[in-house]
Write a protein that binds this ligand. Structure first.
Ligand code: TXA
Ligand code: MG
Length: 312
């Protein structure tokens, strides 16, 4: 490990480019968590058909509480297990500057301070929060060596920091502190017994809405109704456009006037919220091509348009 490598990697991250770095669990595919466009490139590179929320890596506890709502429980858990392989899901602060895309539109964020010398140096030097899922293509195994990352995503990243094999080798434990009671969403090397020493007995996942991969039900849904794949705009509707169009409405946004899907992904959650805030009864959305990251955009739009389940 050379300092110049870390400096270069930190600069890439600050510029919005992708850097893969080792953590004690698995290699991460990192991007500046403050930038919608940088975070969109993560989804694009991984080829995920959906927007799953991403873990934001921080250099210390103070940085975590810049973005997540403070609680004594969260602080105690950080003191006990950070740096280390415990990810905490906290409610987003009102003024949270993290991209809405890292939360996949939810009102909570996953935060972790990794325990790997290279990851810690990188976070320290870059001095920004870094969104990083495991650095594999969607549906593949998590990488535990730099070579794995090279094989999977070598052509997608500005740089891979090689820190040797990851000592833990399985992903971090994910503990949700955003609900009524703390709940493990993913098991890892920080065990339930270790956590319960601090929290007391944990709730069972079935007690609450499950937020884990593939089971995300508590998606952000606009108050407005949604009409997808529209060819016209009706009276009173707000328009969410994509690409060149002659359609207009008094309340409108364009996900990407030049028809760029990555830019559209970066704008999706903020523009949906903006149009929803106008009080329009319905948001009419132009067709989004079903290719590349367009699949994740369409998945998210379909969920936002689905009838709202009561209570969720
Ligand atoms: O060990 C790890 O956690 C690795 C290294 C790179 O840190 N990262 C990792 O990230 O495994 P990823 O994206 O592959 O898994 C993130 C998990 C997913 O199960 C996701 O659903 C959950 O964390 N998660 C993240 N943020 C969340 C949120 N706001 N609400 C609910 N679940 C969240
Ligand atoms: Mg993963």
């Amino acid at each position: 490990m050379t300092h110049s490598n870390i400096d270069t990697a930190a600069n890439y991250l600050r510029e919005g480019r992708l850097v893969s770095f080792p953590t004690e669990t698995v290699y991460g595919l990192g991007a500046n968590a403050l930038s919608d466009v940088a975070v969109a490139s993560i989804y694009e590179a991984k080829g995920r058909p959906q927007f799953n929320p991403l873990i934001t890596h921080v250099k210390n506890m103070a940085m975590a509480f810049e973005y997540g709502v403070h609680s004594d429980m969260a602080e105690k858990l950080m003191q006990a297990f950070w740096p280390g392989s415990l990810t905490l899901i906290l409610p987003r602060k009102k003024d949270c500057a993290l991209s809405l895309l890292v939360s996949a539109g939810l009102d909570c964020i996953g935060l972790r301070m990794p325990d790997h010398p290279m990851a810690r140096q990188l976070l320290e030097v870059a001095d920004i929060p870094v969104a990083a899922p495991s650095a594999n293509r969607s549906g593949h195994l998590s990488p535990t060596t730099a070579q794995h990352v090279q094989d999977e995503l070598g052509d997608k990243v500005a740089m891979i920091l090689d820190g040797g094999a990851c000592p833990v080798g399985i992903e971090s434990t994910v503990l949700d502190l955003s609900g009524k009671q703390p709940m493990i969403l993913r098991h890892g090397s920080v065990t339930q017994a270790m956590i319960e020493k601090i929290t007391g007995t944990l709730g069972k996942a079935s007690d609450d809405v499950m937020k884990s991969p593939g089971m995300m039900q508590s998606h952000y849904a606009p108050d407005a109704a949604m009409r997808l794949n529209i060819a016209d705009v009706r009276e009173g509707e707000a328009l969410l456009a994509f690409g060149k169009t002659t359609l207009t409405a008094t309340r409108q946004r364009n996900l990407s006037a030049k028809g760029d899907l990555k830019e559209a992904a970066a704008n999706l959650f903020s523009m949906l919220r903006e149009l929803d805030k106008t009080g329009a009864e319905c948001i009419a959305v132009m067709p989004i091509p079903m290719e590349g990251i367009g699949m994740a955009i369409n998945d998210r739009l379909a969920r936002a348009a689905a009838p709202k389940s009561s209570g969720a």
